[in-house]
Design a binder for this molecule. Structure first.
Ligand SMILES: *Cc1c(COP(=O)(O)O)cnc(C)c1O
Length: 454
């Protein structure tokens, strides 16, 4: 490996504001609906669940720039700017004329981009006098980020972790506990939502949808406790725009501008985070950058799902959101990219996909690990199984550039490292990992069971 070209920003250039793409979207996303009355919700309607400031951010479709509070920015400085790296090793391995860059969010203290929003959400809770926060986590990345942020701002954290990950990835549970969080495997008997699932299916291995129901139920039934979410919602993606805003300045230092921006896709926060600052130039200045969301073939809401109002959780506690969905009752296969096992997509990305401002690619599990291994061997970083999907989509684009003889500039977001996911790599290396493909029939059958809300 030759010396990597890495770009950092001086502390003063770390963004002071997040970028709110909703303010400049050609078609605004449809409003969330109250799950009981089916009426459009206001920020105030969200106050029982979320902190007031993020509730306002969630509904804000007018302010293009939103100030990053100083205590949040101070904590960003502990690991930001994250490096922008020219992946010359990967370029060489692929023998491609494309210029490949990646933004390395794996250098955060918890190993993923999730901390960018956890710090903001914990801060706003603290500022409002909240004492307890609760959430769900899949692979454990969000749970780790929230546990860390809660400790920093002096809050108690209770985390429901999807059971399959709780058992498959015990080290993330240990990390959360190290930061002082209380961790419960979901479905659990501690909530009505968990009990309902377990009585129907005692061996249920859990899903993000179920864990969300449990966490929301706990927040609603505990005084001075708020719920937090690590993906999907608009305010989460807003906080993640710090990634793309930094990348924009760093690409400038490298003297380039991306033709293609790629990120893996669970609910859309790291995708939106790296993409939206660049997408604003497509919307406002006529730039022609392509944006590709890479999702697993086992949970293909963008490529196979439908655009309709649906719940964010299994029990139907959350607002109804207009989104690409496989149905809130969808139980994804137990792939290792736990952060991508979610039935729906954020409302903003859903509208952007509908309007043709972005694209989606589906990636098989084996293709993702093949790309992850190539990346590890050529760049020296072991990517998270989620991030492997972004790398696989990048490899596809780099190969296309080679076929077409084009030296396009590709930027992808490395959302996290995989050092706590080595059991997944073990399985891949020993040949026991499989692909899971969902058929159109399965999707249609699942969607036919949920109500159509006009
Ligand atoms: C949670 C997670 C994701 C998926 O979430 P998004 O909101 O879609 O970004 C991707 N990569 C890593 C490392 C994660 O922890």
């Amino acid at each position: 490996m030759s010396q990597q070209k890495r770009y950092f920003l001086p502390e003063d250039d770390i963004p002071r504001q997040w970028f709110n793409i909703a303010a400049v979207m050609p078609t605004k996303p449809l409003p969330p609906l109250n799950p009981k009355t089916r009426q459009p919700m206001t920020a105030e309607d969200l106050f029982p669940i979320f902190s007031e400031e993020v509730s306002r951010q969630e509904m804000n479709v007018t302010d293009e720039w939103i100030d990053i509070p100083e205590p949040v920015r101070d904590n960003y400085k502990n690991y930001r700017s994250t490096p922008l790296v020219r992946a010359t090793g990967l370029e060489k391995a692929l023998d491609t004329p494309a210029h490949i860059y990646f933004k390395n969010e794996s250098v955060s203290p918890v190993g993923s981009h999730k901390l960018n929003s956890a710090l903001a959400q914990a801060f706003y809770c603290k500022q409002q006098g909240v004492t307890n926060v609760t959430t769900e986590t899949g692979a454990g990345q969000w749970g780790c980020a929230l546990s860390y942020a809660a400790k920093i701002f002096g809050l108690e954290a209770a985390v429901y972790q999807v059971k399959i990950s709780y058992n498959q990835k015990p080290y993330r549970r240990s990390i959360m506990q190290t930061f002082g969080a209380q961790v419960t495997a979901s479905p659990s008997m501690s909530t009505r939502a968990g009990k309902d699932v377990l009585t129907r299916d005692p061996n249920n291995q859990g899903s993000l949808g179920t864990a969300i129901s449990e966490a929301v139920e706990l927040a609603l039934s505990t005084p001075n406790c708020k719920y937090t979410l690590g993906s999907v919602l608009s305010h989460v993606t807003l906080h993640q725009t710090v990634i793309g805003l930094e990348a924009e300045k760093q690409m400038e230092m490298a003297g380039e501008y991306p033709d293609v921006v790629i990120a893996c896709f669970g609910g859309g926060s790291n995708f939106g985070g790296v993409s939206f600052p660049f997408m604003r130039h497509n919307i406002k200045d006529g730039r022609k950058t392509r944006f590709i969301a890479a999702e697993p073939t086992s949970c293909p809401k963008l490529t196979r799902g439908v655009f309709q109002y649906d719940y964010g959780d299994v029990a139907g506690y959350t607002p109804l959101l207009p989104m690409f969905t496989l149905g809130h009752n969808f139980m994804p296969a137990n792939i290792h990219a736990g952060g991508l096992r979610y039935h729906g997509a954020g409302t903003i990305v859903s509208q952007l996909l509908k309007d043709g401002l972005m694209e989606a690619a589906d990636i098989r599990q084996l293709e993702s690990f093949e790309a992850g291994l190539l990346f590890a061997r050529s760049e020296g970083i072991i990517p998270a199984p989620e991030s492997c999907h972004a790398i696989a989509a990048t490899v596809r684009e780099a190969k296309r550039c080679k076929e077409e003889g084009k030296s396009e500039v590709i930027l992808f977001n490395l959302s996290g490292h995989g050092l706590i996911d080595m059991s997944a790599y073990d399985q891949y290396l020993s040949g026991s990992l499989q692909d899971y493909v969902v058929s159109d029939d399965e999707v249609a059958k699942n969607l036919s069971k949920i109500e159509k809300i006009i």
